[in-house]
Design a protein around this ligand. Structure first.
Ligand code: ZN
Ligand code: ZN
Length: 192
């Protein structure tokens, strides 16, 4: 069985043409893919151009080099990581510091374990922990006595011994039934 030489030549031409077309398509696809991939990974224009040029010039070896050297994280992933880090940082910074010894405080601590500063008080009505400056319990709406601003019923406050009359820092001015006291938070804390 013998093949026609002209048919063989045609076959070879077709095979070469097909291979060339395939390689060209592969080449363009890799350039396109690289361009899309590097845009997700870097905002650096120079880096983007270098990546595309390397794949364009070196084709498959260049593509392998790109896969090895490309930035490990997508911009989106990096953004998520940055968000997480920031949240963590805020959690640390947002944690209250003890006014006495600057130690990081847990939100449910009543007294600083380091220096003994009173940090919270309990609502007498519902028993929940509330901030020292609060006049009204936000959980049960009960009035919480002993706080510096707008004390309307001083007698009950005095009866409950919230104010030490010998304390020189405490000033209670009585003018036309309007009582003001200039306690600052720390003084109140020491009394509680
Ligand atoms: Zn402390
Ligand atoms: Zn309460």
């Amino acid at each position: 069985m013998s093949l026609d030489p002209s048919f063989l030549k045609q076959l070879t031409t077709f095979a070469v043409g097909f291979s060339a077309a395939f390689l060209a398509a592969l080449w363009l696809s890799l350039i396109f893919w690289t361009n899309r991939d590097i845009r997700k990974r870097s905002r650096d224009r120079v880096l983007r151009i270098i990546a595309v040029v390397v794949v364009t010039v070196f084709f498959l070896p260049g593509f392998l080099i790109y896969l090895v050297l490309r930035p490990g994280y997508m911009l989106e992933e990096e953004y998520q990581r940055a968000l997480e880090e920031e949240a963590l940082l805020q959690a640390i910074e947002g944690a209250a510091l003890c006014p006495g010894c600057e130690r990081h405080l847990q939100p449910d601590w009543i007294v600083c374990p380091g220096c003994g500063t009173v940090l919270k008080k309990t609502c007498e009505s519902c028993g929940r922990l509330i901030e020292l400056p609060w006049n009204i319990c936000p959980y049960c709406t009960a009035a919480v006595p002993g706080m510096p601003v707008e004390i309307s019923d001083t007698e009950s406050v005095l009866e409950q011994g919230q104010f030490d009359e010998d304390e020189t820092d405490v000033e209670i001015e009585i003018e036309d039934d309007d009582i003001q006291s200039d306690l600052d938070d720390n003084e109140v804390k020491s009394q509680l």
